[in-house]
Design a protein around this ligand. Structure first.
Ligand code: ARG
Length: 462
């Protein structure tokens, strides 16, 4: 079956049919196409193209197709040009000649835009749920280990001590922003193109609002030319997906490092690691590595669609068929990564003793020490110099921070005293950061509570 042909003297070459067909991938739009077609059948009834009885027959036929599709793969060897043609052929099998009327005043240009938006709205909700799941286990981990500290890094050099929970909440913040970005993407996707026709608006006075209500769209597209050619909503989705993958990739990279012998902070679960076929001792962080690797692929999908859209003349062009594979692939990769990363977090355990030892044997307390001196009136520049000298002396002598006595400190600079000496452990340096958003334990408790409330609010809006 074809939805066109009268103007041609013979059919297309098989080569071209294979080249241009999209059923292989747009079959994912089956459910959306049927829902959209049901709403369209209602619109046809309201302008008198279908009788009320016709509409009932068509609706029942569509429902049957849908339930059959949910039970089994109904595509088999189907060779239809695209999902829209496939659905009309199925309708023809069930409702006979009525199927010839279903496309009255409708173009596949508006249909595919409607289907894609419907599909994406469902997908965004599913991804937001996965994000909430991941944020939930990060928060659980933080609450399980409220006291553990590790050296915080800048330039991948030990910088200042931070609580493990504070570190985890950094990722909570990233994923909360991602959740928000998907929420924004949802709002821009939630616009009904149906009624736009091929580009000029339908030739029938359809009640577009009724179709929007039936399909659960909260807005109508305002311009038919834009409605059939706009894929900004898909770009928004891909940007949100690529951003989330970027955050997942950074978490994966941190944990690949932290779980390696050189850091030794973290033990990844057997559930998400693999062995080597040759080296019996290996426990490789493959789940994290794959997440890191897939993030490049999803960024590529964003760029791919941007390049497809660049320079397209208005309005619909067949190039737009290239919008779907990057989006489908990005959605599948992102969902997989969110689920795997959740399992990775759930099955990981930390070695708080090793983390603290790494912090204590380094100079993560140096900043707190300099700040303590400046609180007592030493100009910060001088305080910085003094502590720098102390660190240099330590490097020369092999002293660790705690090896210094107050007396020895005073020999380096008279401004040092017992209070300063006490700051030389990572844990005491940590308590210095009581500013809102800082890492001190007293601040963390409030931050955990606040994060829990925000997560609840996100759950409630699902
Ligand atoms: N498969 C097409 C797409 O994904 C559907 C729309 C076809 N429209 C057309 N005028 N050929 O964009």
């Amino acid at each position: 079956m074809k939805l066109w042909g009268g103007r041609f003297e013979h059919g297309p070459a098989e080569l071209f049919e294979q080249f241009s067909g999209s059923l292989d991938f747009d079959r994912r739009l089956l459910e959306a196409d049927i829902l959209g077609s049901k709403a369209f059948a209602s619109a046809l009834a309201s302008v008198g193209i279908l009788t009320c009885e016709d509409r009932e027959i068509v609706h029942r036929a569509f429902d049957e197709i849908l339930s059959e599709a949910r039970e089994a793969d109904m595509f088999g060897e189907a060779e239809d040009e695209d999902i829209h043609t496939f659905v009309i052929r199925k309708l023809d099998e069930k409702a006979g000649s009525l199927s010839q009327k279903i496309h009255t005043g409708r173009s596949r240009n508006e249909q595919v835009a409607t289907d894609f938006r419907l599909w994406m709205k469902t997908e965004i909700n599913a991804i937001q749920e996965l994000l909430v799941g991941l944020m939930g286990v990060l928060l659980d981990f933080a609450m399980r280990e409220p006291d553990a500290l590790l050296p915080g890094y800048t330039h991948l050099r030990r910088a200042q001590p931070v609580l493990w929970a504070h570190y985890l909440l950094a990722y909570f913040e990233m994923f909360a922003r991602d959740w928000q970005r998907f929420d924004d993407a949802y709002r821009r996707t939630d616009v009904l193109p149906l009624g736009s026709g091929a580009l000029a608006g339908s030739g029938f006075p359809f009640d577009r609002q009724a179709m929007a209500d039936e399909l659960g769209f909260s807005k109508l597209s305002a311009n038919s030319i834009d409605a059939v050619s706009d894929r900004d909503f898909a770009l928004d989705f891909l940007y949100a997906a690529a951003g989330t993958m970027l955050h997942l990739s950074r978490l994966a990279e941190d944990w690949i490092l932290y779980s390696g012998e050189e850091f030794g902070f973290l033990e990844l679960g057997d559930e998400v690691t693999s062995g080597s076929s040759l080296m019996p001792q290996k426990k490789n962080p493959d789940a994290c590595e794959l997440v890191r690797g897939k993030s490049g692929r999803v960024s590529g999908s964003l760029l791919s669609l941007m390049m497809t859209l660049k320079g397209l003349p208005l309005s619909y062009n067949r190039d737009l068929q290239e919008d779907k594979e990057p989006v489908f692939d990005a959605a599948a990769q992102l969902s997989g990564c969110l689920a795997v990363m959740k399992l990775t977090v759930q099955t990981a355990a930390i070695h708080p003793d090793r983390m603290e030892a790494a912090a204590d044997e380094s100079w993560v307390s140096a900043t707190a020490l300099a700040e303590e001196l400046s609180k007592k009136g030493v100009p910060f520049h001088r305080a910085h110099q003094i502590v720098g000298k102390l660190v240099l002396e330590s490097v020369r002598t092999g002293n660790r921070p705690q090896d210094w006595t107050t007396g020895e400190l005073k020999e380096i600079a008279s401004e040092f005293d017992d209070k300063a000496r006490d700051l030389l452990t990572a844990r005491s340096a940590l308590s210095n950061h009581v500013v809102p958003g800082g890492t001190a334990s007293s601040v963390l408790l409030g931050a955990l509570e606040e994060a829990g409330k925000r997560l609840e609010a996100m759950r409630r809006t699902q």
